[in-house]
Write a protein that binds this ligand. Structure first.
Ligand code: PGA
Length: 235
């Protein structure tokens, strides 16, 4: 069993989300499938996915439980509608919304406090890779985002920034090298094997090569998760 996590990003109305789930939710798969729609579709999909073997995740949240934080969504709100997972620290949030490692760390802890499994995203930029700083960049993100995080109830997504939405995926060998490094750091940290999934231009034609790597416990898929035919091929 591996994880196949769909990150829909800012796509699909509630109606479109329900229509998608109706077409795919009975499909047979031996993998653990998690759908992460926009906030507006979460509640409807929570009902639609009941009784199926697919799980629900959010794409972000704030770290406080409630209060004067206009426009934000709290972990308890997510938990109360049946979310199990939450993507945190995606590079698009770091780039477009100025999220930094310290903020992401607060979110990781808040998610765990509420029984949500954080999917913590880390990954190097193209210039970091070109300058030979991939491992340093990833180690730094891990150490800051996991600072004083105690529980091992977490998934890490290795998402090289240069591979996201570019069609230019890392090779399974490149990914596997970084996964082994991340897994070692996590094992030292938590004394336990933590799943590490790969994200960045995964498609039906490349998914097998990723999932056949021992160090790759699953995939986080953006654009190839949006269309039912492609998604069914993936799962
Ligand atoms: P992509 O996105 O599959 O479209 O590259 C992956 C992600 O951002 O999680």
């Amino acid at each position: 069993m591996k994880f196949i996590i769909a990150n829909w990003k800012m796509n699909k109305t509630v109606h479109e989300s329900l229509d998608f789930v109706k077409k795919v939710s009975r499909a047979k798969t031996r993998h653990k499938v998690v759908i992460c729609p926009p906030f507006t579709s979460l509640n409807s999909l929570a009902s639609a996915l009941k009784g199926t073997n697919m799980l629900l995740g959010a794409q972000n949240m704030f770290h406080q439980d409630s209060g004067p934080y206009t426009g934000e969504i709290s972990p308890s709100m997510l938990k109360s509608i049946g979310c199990d997972y939450v993507i945190l620290g995606h590079s698009e949030r770091r780039i477009h919304f100025q999220e930094n490692n310290e903020m992401i760390c607060l979110k990781v802890k808040a998610a765990q406090r509420h029984g949500l499994v954080p999917i913590l995203c880390v990954g190097e930029t193209l210039s970091e890779r070109r300058n030979g700083n991939t491992f340093d960049a990833v180690a730094r993100q891990l150490s800051l985002c996991l600072s004083s995080v105690k529980g091992p109830n977490i998934l890490v997504a290795y998402e090289p920034v240069w591979a996201i939405g570019t069609g230019n995926n890392a090779t399974p060998e490149q990914a596997s090298e970084v996964h082994s490094f991340i897994k070692l750091q996590l094992k030292k940290r938590f004394g336990k094997d933590i799943p590490v999934i790969y994200g960045g231009s995964v498609s039906p034609s490349t998914i097998k090569s990723f999932l056949s790597e021992k160090s790759i416990d699953g995939v986080l898929v953006g654009s190839a998760s949006l269309e039912t035919g492609t998604f069914l091929k993936l799962i």
